[in-house]
Structures are given as structure tokens and as C-alpha cells.
Design a binder for this molecule. Structure first.
Ligand SMILES: Nc1nc2c(ncn2[C@@H]2O[C@H](COP(=O)(O)OP(=O)(O)OP(=O)(O)O)[C@@H](O)[C@H]2O)c(=O)[nH]1
Ligand SMILES: [Mg+2]
Length: 289
């Protein structure tokens, strides 16, 4: 059985985490329509045709902020290029491919095999963007799919099969560690927050797991929701606690799917000024090493 490291790169919001959940048949990565949703590179494993695929999600980092968290996001977006056996550069129908042009240069320099996949083809079935895409990235062809509309996923599998057959897995010792269940749980709770809040709150909040215990038929999970201002705390709690209740219901549902058992979840909101520059909190969350 081969272990194949499949790295997924691309601009924020093109559907990298969605693709990973789809291919691994498990909702384990945070998905959101907000930009800069994924914060750290995370690796998930699944079995595929007698191979073990280690698929690596990355943040789509074109961030201009200059705090410790943003720096970590930027560096983890391209950190694993040279450790991968194969790379999917994921993109979408758009007006220009400047971001992809920069990334593809780095990928070509590494010499690692890559495929360019255009997601969200449901948004432009006539492929008006195709000439621009192929000329900007100096390609003869690309693969066009839609994850949410299940368009041409079989084409993607076929292309992956052809490539996987040829791969001799690298013996790179700088291996990519699997994301821990701590970080996956935190990020899945954060998914419920990001998708229920607006403006700066999706970016100013984080989740820290405080207690995790497996019982026969259930898990007990306690987590802190960290925000940077008192008024953010008010928003997260909501009128008569309606928002936090809603976040709790949604994240419990997602976690039950992910962990396969009933969840008893307690969430607590904490204000920590400037947490994005707080090394010890970022370490505890697993955002930095
Ligand atoms: N129309 C359409 N939307 C899609 C498709 N695939 C994913 N999406 C949506 O695109 C949005 C972004 O998806 P993500 O998977 O979070 O994107 P990402 O590339 O991981 O983004 P970052 O984590 O910010 O780098 C979500 O709202 C998805 O539901 C698709 O095939 N078509
Ligand atoms: Mg993502």
C-alpha cells in the first residue's frame, strides 16, 4: 500500500476544504463562504484503491494583515510544496489568474507533479475564462469540476488515478503530520461561528478546546470561544443567549457527524485582547508551533 501526499493549494474561497471533505467522504475541514476561512494547513487520511491518501488542506493566503496569526497562515499556505507527491492547484472561474501565476511558478520550480483543477464550473458552464486561464498559466488543458454540484468528479478521479499509478512516494523525512482531533474539533466549532457572524467577527474569533472525554456512547466536549472585544462577546452570546445556542446546536450536529457519537457540548465565551499576537494562545490552539 502506497502512502501518497496530495497537497491542495489555491486562493481563498475556491473550494479547497470543500473538495477535501468530498474526496475523504467526511466533513472534517471547515468550509465557509467567507474569505480566509482555513487558518492552518491540516492533513487528513483516507483509503483509496489500495492506497492511503494523505490529503493536505491549506489556507488560501493573500492576507495583508500583519499579526502573528496572518504570518502563520501565509507561511503554512506554501510550506508543504516540496513535501508533496502530487499537488492540486485549485482555482475557479475568474477575471484574472495573478495569484495562481505566482503559485504555479513555485510549484514548477519544485519539480513536483501537479494538476490544475477549476472548481465552481457550475458558475460558468460556457467557460468564458478558459483562454485567460490557459494562457496565464501556460497550460494546454485543465480539469473542470463542481464539488457542490457534483459535476465531472469522475473526470477528476480518473486524472488522479492516472497520476497516482505513476507516483513513487517520496521518502521525505520532513513528513506532514496529521491534524489532531483537537484542532479538527476547534475548527469545526469555529465553522459554526464563521458562518453565523459577519464583518470582523469571523476573523476576530477562535476556539480553544478545554476538555474532551470519550464515554461509551458519547463525547463530552468543553471549549472556549475567544474574541478580542467585549462587544464581540455580546454578539456571540446574542439576545437572551440565542446566538450561542444556535452556534452550539450547529457545531454539535457537525461534531456528531465527524466523531460518530452523541456530543455533550459546553461553550464559554472569553475576551482576550489582541489574541492574534499572543504566542502562547496561538500555540495552544495549534496555529503556530
Ligand atoms: N457555486 C459553487 N460553490 C462552491 C463549490 N465548491 C465549493 N463552493 C463554495 O465555496 C465556498 C468556499 O469553500 P471552501 O471550501 O471553504 O473554500 P477554501 O478554498 O477552502 O477557502 P479558504 O479556506 O478561505 O482558503 C463555500 O461557500 C462552498 O460551499 C462549487 O462547486 N460551486
Ligand atoms: Mg479552506
Amino acid at each position: 500500500m502506497k502512502i501518497i501526499k496530495l497537497l491542495v493549494l489555491g486562493k481563498s474561497n475556491v473550494g479547497k476544504s470543500s473538495l477535501i471533505n468530498y474526496l475523504s467522504k467526511n466533513h472534517s475541514a471547515l468550509v465557509s463562504n467567507k474569505l480566509h476561512a482555513t487558518r492552518i494547513a491540516s492533513s487528513y487520511e483516507f483509503e483509496y484503491k489500495n492506497n492511503r491518501i494523505k490529503i493536505i488542506d491549506t489556507p488560501g493566503a493573500s492576507i495583508t494583515d500583519n499579526n502573528l496569526l496572518s504570518q502563520a497562515m501565509k507561511s503554512s499556505s506554501t510550506k508543504y510544496i516540496t513535501s508533496a507527491d502530487i499537488i492540486i492547484l485549485l482555482t475557479q472561474p475568474q477575471n484574472n489568474y495573478n495569484y495562481e501565476m505566482k503559485i504555479i511558478d513555485q510549484i514548477r520550480e519544485s519539480g513536483i507533479k501537479f494538476i490544475v483543477v477549476v472548481n465552481k464550473i457550475d458558475l460558468d458552464l460556457n467557460k468564458k475564462f478558459e483562454d485567460k486561464l490557459l494562457s496565464s498559466l501556460a497550460l494546454n488543458q485543465a480539469m473542470y469540476i463542481s464539488v457542490t454540484e457534483s459535476i465531472n468528479i469522475e473526470g477528476l478521479y480518473k486524472l488522479l488515478d492516472e497520476n497516482i499509478d505513476k507516483i513513487v512516494p517520496s521518502e521525505n523525512t520532513e513528513d506532514i503530520v496529521l491534524s489532531t482531533s483537537q484542532s479538527n474539533i476547534q475548527e469545526l466549532i469555529r465553522e459554526a461561528i464563521v458562518n453565523r457572524t459577519n464583518e470582523e467577527l469571523p476573523y476576530e474569533s477562535a476556539v480553544l478546546l478545554k476538555f474532551f472525554k470519550e464515554q461509551k456512547n458519547s463525547f463530552i466536549i468543553k471549549a472556549d470561544i475567544i474574541v478580542s472585544k467585549e462587544n464581540h462577546k455580546k454578539i456571540i452570546i446574542g439576545k437572551k443567549g440565542s446566538m450561542i445556542k444556535n452556534i452550539g446546536i450547529k457545531s454539535r450536529e457537525t461534531l456528531e457527524g465527524y466523531l460518530g457519537k452523541k456530543i455533550h457540548l459546553s461553550l464559554f465565551v472569553i475576551v482576550k485582547d489582541n489574541w492574534k499576537n499572543n504566542t502562547s494562545i496561538l500555540k495552544e490552539m495549534g496555529y503556530i508551533e
